[in-house]
Design a protein around this ligand. Structure first.
Ligand code: SF4
Length: 92
């Protein structure tokens, strides 16, 4: 399982106006997967969710949506809760 404290993210390639999940969730690598996987108890247990995100075709849309809407919980767009908070502090 892969877990990086802070993977490199190029925020300049994220869509500025991401569509809500209803528009893209059927194309997601996690579509139909038990959502509990995406809400791990600890950061270190996020590996299985991040593996899905690695192969997801709409990862940038998902991350952009989570950042824009301040999603506080769970794995979105290949980043954990802590990783998204750190990214938001960096780009603020
Ligand atoms: S990036 Fe990850 S959480 Fe987002 S839709 Fe894809 S698999 Fe699901």
């Amino acid at each position: 399982m892969r877990f990086e404290r802070f993977p490199k993210v190029d925020v300049s390639i994220l869509p500025p106006n991401p569509a809500p999940p209803d528009y893209w969730q059927e194309r997601a690598a996690c579509f139909g997967v038990d959502s509990d996987i995406f809400f791990p108890i600890s950061e270190e247990e996020a590996g299985p969710a991040l593996t899905f995100c690695d192969s997801c075709r709409i990862k940038e849309e998902c991350l952009a949506w989570a950042l824009k809407n301040g999603e506080r919980y769970g794995v979105w767009g290949g980043l954990t809760e802590q990783q998204r908070r750190r990214l938001q502090r960096q780009v603020a």
